[in-house]
Write a new protein. Sequence first.
Length: 320
Amino acid sequence: MDDVVPPALDLIPPDISTWRQGSDGLDYVHSFDSGRPGPNVVVSSLVHGNELCGAIALDRLLSASLRPEAGRLSLAFVNIAAYQRFSAAAPHASRFVDEDFNRLWAPDILEGTRQSRELERARALRPLFDAADLLLDIHSMSTTTEPLLMAGPADKGVALARRLGLPVTIVRDSGHAAGPRLRDYGPFIDPASPRNALLVECGHHFAADSARVALQAALRFLVAAGSLSQATARRHGMSDDTATSAPRIIEVTERVTAESPDFAFVRPFKGMDVVREAGTVIARDRGAPVVTPYDNCVLIMPVAHPQAGATAVRLGREVD
């Protein structure tokens, strides 16, 4: 969502130049091997250059010399070219340079002839993600929606999300029509593979609480993965907060993709709005109505001004 008036920035973009010299020949990627059996875990941030919370969380963990107690851990700052363009005067403009990094994760795209700054970086990082057993990809949102765990379409994603405990809302979804997300890359989305991934949406891009959520999600993920003990995670800032209710699971049944630049919602939606009656008009695209397909339809991450061909909103229903 692009605001006409620049939004208030409650977060300060960290200077991550300290972390440029990475390991394994990858700039801004730091990998540590415990020397003990365990999973190969990756926590990624800055897939979109204007999503500051993940960079803040990883900067804090690296500054605190976090090391895995089992297996291998990699902490990755991803779309550096976009992040380096971040400006408080136009904070949404640094989402990407040439194209959305989080729509590139299919072999035909990665191995094709198309060129962009994002594809160059994705191709360089591909071996990192090819080797990962578990991935947490940290994001934030343009709306003030509550934090969400995007678990993908397979049962294994929901099971992993439940193990984190927080955030309490889990979205079961299959991504975007414009291209696969990193969390849906290869075996991560294959129900038959033990490899798994989650995407956490930590709240509004520039809200202070999104950085807190990002840190908590990262530490809880590392505990769930077996990389860290709970005691070590607490020393690095993991809270003892627990969910007061069972997770709320929303299953996405369809994506609404904007067909034209004229797409517009009939009123502002903040996300996770529940529209009670089927057939309710929620938007218009080229003058045609976009309606809810069933009662109690949940609107997930609506984008106020989507580009043509991009996801405008996902529609879901609460499931047991």
